[in-house]
Design a protein around this ligand. Structure first.
Ligand code: ZN
Length: 313
């Protein structure tokens, strides 16, 4: 059998799914994300009980956005839910009567892609997730690298611009201020303001003002050839690719996997990322190049990865 449950805690919904050893999701359920920490624990337990009915479940893996300790038990700090040293493993175990592990959500997504998605066939993989912010995950020699204290691979807050843009984390010039979905929208608004004549399609998809531009408008406009939308993706890709070149200096993986909503655009964004990566890769003429691949599992990577990490104990 070998069935486990993966749980993905999102900002608006909590998803739970029964996952088999091949990474296939057999059943899922979704519940709204409650506002209070205790409410979230109850909602996770309810979702796990609902989805496990009729299945023989071995363990539960929870992917949580935040710093998770090295014992995979406690969320030390979460930016979006008010968790401070939250003993999530113990609380959920008491409610569902199954072994529980807690993983950082970006680590869980990286593991999902490594095992069942774009990373198959590679042993050394570095993932970045370009969502609202920028998340990361590292697999070295077939193992998830969590770091001594469990909080490795927080790439989004590497400072890439001294005295740069203020970040939500309190620092300045963090990578996610330049390479993320939020950064993409900022680029588009700036460019549409400066040269509205080059953003006719983009502006037409929203309310006609630069302030009304949303991420989905930029994707649609880029596919229709809107110069500002295409240039905004290129700017994002320039920063993303340069960062991957730095990560190659650190980890020397055989593949980078780019996931998150921005990567849904495929080669529209992947090709300029590859170009920038080659441009900034030190000694690029004289060394092997890691592949830069689009993630394959989409929004399911975290759930599938958390379930598989629970199976590994
Ligand atoms: Zn930051």
């Amino acid at each position: 059998m070998g069935l486990t449950i993966g749980v993905d805690i999102g900002g608006t919904k909590i998803a739970a799914g029964v996952v088999d050893e091949e990474g296939s999701i057999l059943e899922t359920c979704k519940v709204p994300t409650p506002r209070t920490p205790e409410g979230v624990v109850d909602a996770i337990a309810d979702a796990v009980r609902t989805v496990s009915t009729g299945h023989d479940i071995e363990a539960v893996g929870i992917g949580a956005a935040g710093y998770v300790d090295d014992k995979r038990a406690t969320v030390l700090f979460a930016p979006n839910i008010n968790w401070r040293h939250e003993a999530l493993k113990d609380k959920v175990e008491q409610r569902v009567g199954l072994p529980v592990v807690v993983e950082n959500d970006a680590n869980a997504a990286a593991w999902g892609e490594y095992r069942f998605g774009a990373g198959q066939g590679h042993d050394d993989v570095v993932c970045i997730t370009l969502g609202t912010g920028l998340g990361g995950g590292i697999i070295i020699g077939g193992k998830l690298h969590r770091g001594r204290f469990g909080v490795a691979a927080e790439f989004g807050h590497i400072r890439v611009v001294p005295d740069g843009l203020l970040c939500g984390c309190g620092s300045q010039g963090c990578w996610e201020q330049y390479a993320s979905g939020r950064a993409l929208v900022r680029y588009a608004k700036q460019r549409a303001n400066a040269t509205p004549e080059n953003a006719q399609v983009l502006l037409g998809l929203g309310d006609g003002t630069p302030e009304g531009i949303q991420g989905k408008h930029i994707s649609d406009a880029a596919r229709q050839g809107d110069p500002v939308a295409i240039d905004s993706f290129r700017e994002l890709a320039r920063w993303a690719g340069a960062g991957l070149a730095d990560l190659a200096s650190l980890f020397d993986p055989s593949a980078f996997i780019v996931g998150g909503g921005v990567s849904d655009e495929g080669d529209l964004v992947l090709d300029p990322i590859r170009k920038s990566f080659r441009r900034w890769l030190v000694g690029n003429q004289w060394r092997p190049h890691a592949q830069v691949l689009a993630a394959q599992l989409g929004g399911k990577a975290g759930l599938v990865g958390a379930a598989d990490l629970a199976r590994q104990g």
